[in-house]
Design a protein around this ligand. Structure first.
Ligand code: NAD
Length: 346
């Protein structure tokens, strides 16, 4: 039976993977440690490795896996910015779960938008404390306002449908526009500058790449409408946090909903409630009344967790059965070997 080393696992991961249909085919070793150059030793005698968003698969880790004879790295997430894909090509197969539930993330973005807009996160504490004043809790009608959506893939499209349901006008930016969807859902593609200048709220749904790193920076914020709401459920480094803090302090940014943060790796998914948080930028963010931080939980629904477990184990099963790998990612194969008629990276 093939042994699979699962890194960075929490009780909910163990539960959903143990319950999955294909789990019976594998000897799964759950580790709490994140994968990095030190912890890679835990995969000794394993046949494949499974990782999540804050594990690290850099050159050294990939080489160490290869040395152990491991040629499959299965990501149980959609994003893959934590893997050195160029180095992985022809050394180790990298598979992922491209679309486990775009609804989970889009709906979480809406949860952030609605909380921040109507201040339900503050009302919750006020009423529990017997404070029934509504001073300072005024929101705005989403109906008739303009939403800017950056990235119109699976999640961006779900969000656009929801926002259109609120009666919003939607502007979108994507280097690969989906014109048919724009016509069907009744929104307009534009350039980034127009999106920044006209949107009342901006939500990020593009992958983290060298091109999108700090796509929200000081210059971008300068172009935005006063009081703009920023939502990031994509990846932390899409936003230059110092520029965001400056924008929040000046009032240019009216609210920010952040499910991801550029230095989240040291904190998110863990309990620091008994310690003094050393990250001053994170601490500053947590103290704005108009900032809502959630710890990378946008994906976290029952449906998404089931799909993640099923697809991850299917990817691993296909690999060991010598089948094509539709969810393999490899830059040399334009991130999808199958589209070019190749069944696998090599
Ligand atoms: P997707 O691949 O379906 O869509 C991404 C879209 O971004 C594509 O249409 C692509 O053309 C577009 N894009 C590429 N470069 C761009 C650029 N420079 N500017 C604007 N758009 C660009 O991916 P998806 O499933 O919609 O997921 C989007 C991102 O959401 C993922 O890459 C991941 O980082 C993040 N994510 C977060 C969570 C969470 O729990 N917070 C969960 C899943 C995914």
């Amino acid at each position: 039976m093939k042994k699979i080393a699962f890194f960075d696992t929490k009780p909910y991961d163990r539960e959903s993977f143990t319950r999955a249909e294909l789990a019976k085919n594998f000897d799964i070793r759950f580790f709490e440690q994140r994968l990095n150059e030190d912890s890679v030793q835990l995969s000794e005698a394993c046949d494949a490795v499974c990782i999540f968003v804050n594990d690290l698969a850099n050159k050294a880790v990939i080489d160490a896996l290869k040395e152990k004879g491991i040629e499959l790295l299965a990501l149980r997430c959609a994003g893959f910015n934590n893997v050195d894909l160029k180095h992985a090509c022809n050394r180790i197969h990298v598979v992922r779960v491209p679309g486990y539930s775009p609804y989970s993330v889009a709906e979480h973005a809406v949860a952030l938008i609605m909380s921040l807009n109507r201040n339900t996160h503050r009302a919750f504490y006020r009423t529990r404390d017997g404070n029934f004043s509504i001073n300072g809790l005024m929101g705005f009608d989403l109906h008739g306002k303009c939403a800017g959506v950056i990235g119109t893939g699976k999640i961006g499209q779900c969000l656009i449908r929801i926002l259109k349901g609120y009666g919003m006008r939607v502007l979108a930016y994507d280097p690969y526009p989906n014109r048919a969807f724009a016509e069907e859902a009744d929104f307009v593609y534009t350039d980034l500058e127009q999106l920044f200048r006209e949107s009342d709220l901006i939500s990020l749904h593009c992958p983290l790449t060298e091109e999108t790193r700090y796509i929200i920076n000081e210059k971008a914020i300068e172009m935005m409408k006063p009081g703009v709401m920023l939502i990031n459920t994509g990846r932390g480094p899409l936003v230059d946090t110092s520029a965001l803090i400056k924008g929040l302090k000046s009032g240019k940014v009216g609210a920010a909903g952040l499910d991801v943060y550029e230095n989240e790796a040291g904190y998110f998914f863990e309990d620091f409630s008994n310690t003094v948080i050393q990250d001053d930028v994170l601490t500053r963010l947590l103290h704005f009344p108009n900032v809502l931080v959630t710890a990378h939980q946008a994906f976290f629904t029952r449906e998404a967790m089931k799909n993640i477990a099923d697809t991850t184990l299917k990817n691993i099963d296909d690999y060991f059965n010598g089948l094509p790998l539709p969810n393999e990612i490899c830059p040399d194969c334009a991130a999808d070997g199958n589209k070019q008629g190749k069944k696998r990276c090599w």
